[in-house]
Ligand binder design. Structure first.
Ligand SMILES: C[S@@+](CC[C@H](N)C(=O)[O-])C[C@H]1O[C@@H](n2cnc3c(N)ncnc32)[C@H](O)[C@@H]1O
Length: 279
């Protein structure tokens, strides 16, 4: 699939995810939840786990950081939280739908760069650039130069996202290769000063997603198929033929694929990195 098409699908996926999450489960964030011991991993608790994730990030923001660039800020709920805590926050958001939400939330005190991080043009400098589950979307070969140009001396890059441990398994996409990221950071003017592995606390999100797919989404689609079959059997046949490859791929991914928390722990590593730029 071409990158532009992939980008549109990804953005529409995030929009649908946000609408469903907010409408049905009061979720304001687009990131995973952090599942502390004792919290039952089920969808109705996801807002609590997401709140734990926010608290975890806030508790790791260095004391010197007063101005923050929130890259891939989603619907802006976390940026607003940081503003309320007294930080000066600007945002980067390449999605039109999310931009509107962010601007409504933050008002005029924050600037929203309506483009990809790689394309941000400004003379401003920040104490910290934050990537909360948005790092995986940024081009690795551009991130260091761009971040360096936007940071004050001894500024920070906070990255909280998942990475691939080894070659991707088909059904669990996403994330840069950890080894590649480490290679790039080692050659860069940044030093990793904190590295925390939160894979075990984030893996339950995959179990929840897997269950929701198998117990809700697929039965709904099957019911829709039966409906179409009873009313418009020829149209159904045409749709199934036209999209046969995509349907087969989706079946492989969502029904036969390895998409549980255990698989996540095997193939991915969810990391918090705090990196400081050399002076
Ligand atoms: C999984 S969401 C995370 C949103 C938010 N940080 C949160 O924690 O709720 C990923 C975000 O990255 C944004 N994004 C995707 N590609 C990007 C890019 N190249 N530059 C900046 N943001 C990007 C998406 O629009 C989306 O807002």
């Amino acid at each position: 699939m071409k990158e532009s098409k992939r980008h549109i699908s990804r953005e529409i996926g995030l929009e649908i995810g946000h609408l469903l999450g907010k409408g049905l489960f009061k979720l304001d964030h687009l990131h995973y939840g952090l599942w502390k011991k004792g919290l039952e991993p089920e969808i109705l608790n996801l807002h609590i786990a997401q709140e734990e994730y926010c608290k975890f990030i806030i508790s790791h923001i260095p004391a010197e950081a007063k101005s923050i660039l929130d890259v891939g800020c989603g619907a802006g709920a976390f940026s607003k939280r940081l503003v309320d805590l007294g930080y000066k926050v600007d945002c980067v958001c390449p999605t039109e739908y999310q931009n509107k939400l962010v601007e409504q939330r933050l008002g005029k005190s924050s600037e929203v760069f309506k483009c990809k991080f790689e394309e941000v043009q400004t003379g401003k400098k920040y104490d910290m650039i934050m990537f909360c589950e948005s790092f995986q979307y940024i081009k690795l070969d551009q991130v260091i130069d761009k971040a360096s140009s936007l940071l004050n001396s001894a500024g920070y890059m906070l990255i909280c996202d998942f990475f691939k441990k080894q070659t991707d398994v088909g059904s669990l996409k996403g994330g840069h290769k950890l080894e590649k990221f480490m290679g790039i950071i080692t050659q860069s003017p940044f030093r990793i000063i904190e590295d925390i592995d939160i894979t075990a606390e984030t893996a339950p999100n995959m179990d929840i997603l897997d269950r929701a797919t198998k117990e809700v989404m697929i039965p709904i689609m099957n019911a829709g198929e039966r409906f179409l079959h009873s009313r418009h059997p020829i149209i159904l046949k045409l749709i199934k033929w036209k999209y046969r490859k995509k349907l087969a791929k989706a079946e492989d991914k969502y029904l036969k694929g390895k998409r549980t928390g255990r698989d996540f722990m095997e193939y991915k590593t969810y990391r918090f990195f705090l990196c400081r730029k050399d002076k």
